[in-house]
Ligand binder design. Structure first.
Ligand SMILES: [Zn+2]
Length: 246
């Protein structure tokens, strides 16, 4: 039975690739990792290197708020508080965004697979065009390192600035003062140690099945990220992993 199902899916995908021929060679990479793992940084590097658009779900949501759309008005407060919006909302946005011709050659996705059901929905969505997730890249950092990255982060309160600093890795010249605009630095609520611990525990709970899911599909690659090695080493490993998918 499973064999027949697989044959049918394969036949469907082949047909979809004929219909959506402009998308037939599209590559989709999904970045996975806990809060502070550096998904955004790695996504930006991969996007540049592969010439694929960087699709950040957080940015999509913030754009809805800026444009004061129905979604933005309805979920604005939830988004600003850093909480998760319902999966149906994320899925709807993602479906609309990915339908744009901008993504004909694929995308580097940052935040499109935060739960198991989102990961499955993403798969079904891409299948429509005969595409699939080609690589799931898990940036694996220890809780201690993530804790250190997030709980030592300071954000500028200056209007239109919002620059972030890090007590250890990127300290301002004067403690508590922004280098760029001289604004006062403060610690965001969700960067406070107790909240970070909570975010990490939520991440572990939701991530275990996602990891299993992509492992079963055979497309998961794990790269280690430590505060000791820094960002450059992580990006280098990510580029190396990407070379293997062609
Ligand atoms: Zn500033």
């Amino acid at each position: 039975m499973e064999f027949v199902a697989r044959l049918l899916i394969e036949a469907y995908m082949r047909m979809a690739r004929l219909i959506f021929w402009k998308r037939r060679n599209a590559k989709f990479i999904v970045l996975l990792g806990g809060p502070g793992a550096g998904k955004g940084t790695v996504a930006a590097v991969l996007s540049e290197k592969l010439g694929l658009p960087h699709l950040n779900v957080g940015h999509l949501l913030r754009r809805e708020i800026e444009n004061q759309t129905d979604i933005g008005r309805r979920w604005g407060d939830v988004i600003k508080a850093g909480k998760l919006v319902p999966e149906s909302v994320v899925h709807g946005l993602l479906a609309r965004e990915l339908a744009s011709s901008k993504y004909e050659s694929g995308a580097v996705l940052d935040g499109g697979a935060r739960t198991l059901s989102q990961s499955r929905q993403l798969r079904r969505l891409l299948m429509k065009w005969g595409n699939q997730v080609d690589l799931a890249l898990f940036i694996d950092a220890s809780d201690e390192d993530l804790m250190e990255r997030l709980s030592l982060r300071w954000t500028c309160t200056g209007k239109d600035c919002g620059k972030t600093y890090h007590e250890r890795f990127n300290a301002p010249a004067v403690k508590g003062i922004c280098d760029a605009c001289r604004g006062r630095l403060m610690q965001r609520d969700d960067d406070k140690p107790a909240v970070v611990r909570q975010r990490l525990s939520t991440f572990h709970k939701t991530f275990a099945p996602i990891r299993q899911y992509y492992e079963d599909t055979g497309i998961l690659i794990t790269i280690r990220s430590t505060n000791e090695q820094g960002t450059a080493a992580v990006c280098e490993q990510a580029l190396f992993a990407v070379e293997e998918i062609d």
